[in-house]
Design a binder for this molecule. Structure first.
Ligand code: FES
Ligand SMILES: [Fe+2]
Length: 444
C-alpha cells in the first residue's frame, strides 16, 4: 500500500514532477527506428512523459526530436516539410535543425540576426537495437546508454515492437515482475492436474511445470547497480529449488526469466503521459537468429505480441471490447478466457483504471518485488529532488544481464548458483553446464 501522495509521485512523469525528473535521467526509447524509414521521410508525432514532440530523420540520416509546437506562433511541426537537413514549419517557413537551432527565417528581411536567437526544444537521440533512444535530462548528468543485450545483438537475432497501453506505466511494470500471477492469469484450466506425462516434454517445459505445481513462490531480492534481481523460489525436486530470476532495471525495464537456449525477452514501459504508456517488447536470441516462423508470429500477433490495428500501435483487444473475452474458453481452456499473454496482462492492469489507487491495496508476501520496485523508484525521486542527481549509474555495462529460470542446489544461494547464467557475456544454449541439472519430481 502507498499513501495517496506517494502514489501520485510514483505515477506522475510529466515535466517538473519528481518521477518525471527520474525518467529524464535515463536514456529511454522514444520510437522505433522503422517509423522513420529514410532520410527526409515524413516526421512522426511522439508523445513522451507528457511532452508533445516530433521526430524526423534529416538528410544525413540522423534523427531529430523536437517540440511539436513551432516557437514562432505554435503551429504543429508534424505538418512540417522535412527537407535539406531540417524541419520547416509550413506556416511561415521557419526551419529548425535537429539540434533545435533556427536555420532559416524566410519571412523576415535577409539580413536579420533574429534567427540565431531562436531555438526549439530538442533532445539528443541515439539509435540502438532498432529503437531511437532519447535523453531528456540536464546535459551534465547524461548517463551512458544502457548496454542491454537485446539492443546489441545483430538485427536478425531480435524482434522489437511497441504497443500503446491505456494505463499508467507503473502498474503494468509491476505485472512484469510479479512472478506469482503466471500460473493463474497465463495458465490453463486444470494445468496443475493434467498432462503430467514427461515423455514428450522438453526439459524446458518440464522445468516450467514447477511453476504450476508450486504456485506460492517465496521471493528473494538483491539490489544491483541497474536495479534489482527478483528471484522467485519454487519447489524443484528433493535436492533443488527452481528459481525464476527476473531482472528489474531502472527506470521501468525488466528481463523475463528464461531457461537456457530459449528466446529471451525484455519489456520496457515508457510513459506517454500519466494515463497511457508505450509498451516496448523485444524477443531475442543472443547466439542465433530468430527463425522466420518466430518473426512471422511476432509480427502478426499471437501469444507473445498482441494483434494491432493495421497502421497503428493500438491493440485490437482493448477494454472497450472486453479484450474479446471468451467465457467458454475461460471455463475449459485458458484460465483468463482471453487470447494472448500480453493481452491477458492488459486485461488486468488496464482494468485497474488509468492509475490504480494504491492506498486501497492489500499487499501480500508475493508482492515483495513490486513493493521493492516502488521503494527504489521513490528513493531515486527523492535523491534527484534533494541532491540533483541519481544515486545509481543509470546505464552502461551493469545492464548487460539476463533473466533466468534454472535449478539450483538447495544449499547454494541463488545469486551464486545463477551467477554464470545471469551474465550476458556467457554462452546461451542448452548445453551450458548450469542447464544440465535434470528436473526430477515434476512428473509424479
Ligand atoms: S508558426 Fe511556424 S513559422 Fe510561423
Ligand atoms: Fe503476465
Amino acid at each position: 500500500m502507498l499513501r495517496q501522495e506517494q502514489n501520485e509521485v510514483l505515477s506522475g512523469t510529466g515535466p517538473g514532477t519528481p518521477m518525471g525528473e527520474v525518467f529524464r535521467r535515463f536514456w529511454i526509447p522514444a520510437l522505433l527506428s522503422e517509423e522513420l524509414p529514410a532520410p527526409d521521410c515524413a516526421p512522426v508525432r511522439v508523445r513522451l512523459l507528457g511532452e508533445d514532440l516530433v521526430a524526423f530523420r534529416d538528410s544525413t540520416g540522423k534523427v531529430g526530436l523536437v517540440d511539436e509546437a513551432c516557437p514562432h506562433r505554435g503551429a504543429s511541426l508534424f505538418f512540417g516539410r522535412n527537407e535539406d537537413c531540417g524541419l520547416r514549419c509550413t506556416y511561415h517557413g521557419w526551419k529548425f535543425d535537429r539540434d533545435g537551432q533556427c536555420v532559416d527565417m524566410p519571412n523576415e528581411p535577409p539580413d536579420t540576426q533574429f534567427k540565431e536567437k531562436v531555438t526549439i526544444k530538442a533532445y539528443p537521440t541515439v539509435e540502438q537495437g532498432g529503437a531511437v533512444w532519447t535523453y531528456m535530462g540536464p546535459e551534465e548528468h547524461e548517463p551512458q546508454m544502457p548496454a542491454m543485450e537485446w539492443s546489441l545483438v545483430p538485427e536478425e537475432h531480435r524482434f522489437l515492437a511497441k504497443i500503446e497501453v491505456d494505463c499508467n506505466y507503473a502498474q503494468a511494470m509491476e505485472g512484469d515482475i510479479d512472478s506469482s500471477h503466471t500460473a493463474f492469469l497465463h495458465g490453463r484450466v486444470g494445468e496443475d492436474s493434467v498432462d503430467r506425462g514427461s515423455a514428450n516434454k522438453t526439459r524446458k517445459e518440464r522445468l516450467r511445470r514447477f511453476s504450476f505445481i508450486d504456485r506460492a513462490p517465496k521471493f528473494f531480492l538483491i539490489d544491483t547497480d541497474y536495479g534489482f534481481m527478483a528471484a522467485a523460489r519454487r519447489y524443484g525436486g528433493d535436492e533443488h529449488y527452481y528459481w525464476r530470476i527476473t531482472q528489474w532495471l531502472f527506470p521501468a525495464f525488466s528481463i523475463t526469466p528464461r531457461e537456457a537456449g530459449s528466446v529471451l525477452q525484455c519489456n520496457m514501459r515508457i510513459p506517454i503521459d500519466d494515463h497511457r504508456h508505450m509498451f516496448y517488447r523485444t524477443q531475442y536470441r543472443p547466439q542465433k537468429p530468430l527463425t522466420d516462423e518466430e518473426v512471422y508470429e511476432y509480427r502478426h500477433g499471437g501469444n507473445i505480441f498482441p494483434q494491432t490495428v493495421p497502421g497503428t500501435y493500438r491493440p485490437v483487444q482493448t477494454l472497450e471490447n472486453d479484450f474479446l473475452i471468451d467465457r467458454s474458453l475461460q471455463r475449459s481452456g485458458t484460465y483468463s478466457g482471453i487470447k494472448g499473454i500480453p493481452t491477458q496482462d492488459q486485461s488486468v492492469t488496464v482494468s485497474m483504471g488509468p492509475i490504480v489507487d494504491r492506498s486501497k491495496e492489500r499487499l501480500a508476501t508475493s508482492d515483495a518485488a513490486i513493493i521493492h520496485s516502488r521503494r527504489l523508484l521513490l528513493k531515486q525521486a527523492q535523491e534527484v529532488q534533494k541532491n540533483g542527481q541519481l544515486s545509481v549509474p543509470g546505464g552502461g555495462d551493469p545492464y548487460f544481464v539476463r533473466g533466468v529460470g534454472l535449478l539450483v542446489d538447495r544449499d547454494t544461494p541463488f545469486d551464486v548458483g545463477a551467477a554464470e547464467a545471469m551474465d550476458a557475456n556467457n554462452p546461451w544454449h542448452e548445453d551450458v553446464a548450469w542447464a544440465q541439472v535434470e528436473p526430477v519430481g515434476v512428473d509424479e
